[in-house]
Design a protein around this ligand. Structure first.
Ligand SMILES: C[S@@+](CC[C@H](N)C(=O)[O-])C[C@H]1O[C@@H](n2cnc3c(N)ncnc32)[C@H](O)[C@@H]1O
Length: 281
């Protein structure tokens, strides 16, 4: 029996292929965002800072941070350990633990971190769970500590022609099917961060957005990466026999044509939202 109800796994795979896809996605999104920590959040870093990354997945954020900050204390938390790399492969200052962001955090974690970071938990939360999750996680901050949170507006994914003769039909069809099915999750999150951070008592809350794929050289890889996630989802539901799921043969045919679209120059775009705020001193 899992310790927590894992709603994320209802739609997403957790295996080594997905871990590799998440690592690549993490790097591509970071390249498009332009920073790992917004400069005003990075100001809170110091050689012995304590950082928590929630919904850490493969711990990509912490592994990146450890590179420049070898003496900090970096804790990753997730509802499941199944995407965690083996402990022996992690930088020595990174440790990974279990935590459900929807549940009250343990009192011994209150006020423990200079920075709390979250990226892409949306597939695991329902509309009504955001306020509580943000309140819970803000309790982890030390006075003066910073929260930074990134979510993508996946409900408005578009596949566009990058060249005069690009085709986009199959990629757009898959995008639309995925968006429609995931709408109850993806309609929320990025648009609640600022309000919920403020009502959790955080100050100096700001937000900005960048377009995925604004860095031209990342476009094809980002589009193929997203396509992998969508077809993994389509396969999962086809195998489970979920009502409305495509038969496997249809999935494979659509996939073949979607990758031909990408080869022809079709690329994906959506907004990446970054919000940050500070616990008052
Ligand atoms: C799309 S992955 C993102 C992983 C990582 N943050 C990244 O950007 O690569 C989403 C992660 O959120 C985790 N997750 C989903 N619901 C959660 C919850 N209620 N509490 C903690 N983690 C959760 C999933 O297990 C998964 O590892």
């Amino acid at each position: 029996m899992p310790i927590f109800r894992d709603t994320y796994a209802e739609n997403m795979q957790r295996d080594s292929t997905e871990a590799q896809r998440l690592d690549e996605q993490f790097d591509l999104l970071t390249e498009n965002i332009g920073y790992l920590l917004h400069p005003s959040v990075r100001d809170k870093m110091h050689p012995h800072a304590r950082v928590a990354d929630i919904a850490t997945g493969t711990a990509a954020f912490l592994r990146n941070l450890a590179h420049d900050w070898p003496d900090t204390i970096l804790h990753g938390y997730d509802i499941s350990t199944s995407l965690y790399p083996p402990a022996r492969t992690l930088p020595r200052n990174v440790t990974l633990h279990l935590l459900d962001a929807r549940k009250d955090v343990l009192v011994n974690l209150y006020g423990q971190y200079d920075i709390v970071h979250v990226r892409l938990i949306a597939a695991g939360l329902t509309a009504s769970e955001w306020g509580r999750a943000i309140r819970n996680l803000s309790r982890l901050l030390k006075p003066g500590g910073a929260m930074q949170w990134e979510e993508c507006d996946f409900a408005n994914v578009r596949h566009l022609p990058g060249r005069p003769y690009s085709t986009t039909g199959a990629a757009s069809t898959m995008g639309l099917m995925y968006m429609t099915a995931m709408k109850p999750r993806f309609d929320y999150g990025w648009n609640q961060l600022v309000t919920e951070m403020r009502s959790a008592g955080l100050a100096d809350v700001h937000t900005e957005a960048v377009s995925a794929g604004r860095v031209y050289d990342t476009r094809t890889r980002l589009t193929a990466n997203g396509m992998k996630a969508m077809f993994a989802w389509a396969r999962l539901h086809s195998i489970r026999g979920t009502q409305g799921a495509l038969p496997m043969q249809h999935v494979e045919d659509l996939e073949h044509r979607a990758y031909a679209d990408i080869q022809s120059g079709c690329y994906v775009t959506y907004d990446i939202h970054i919000a940050w705020g500070f616990r008052p001193e």
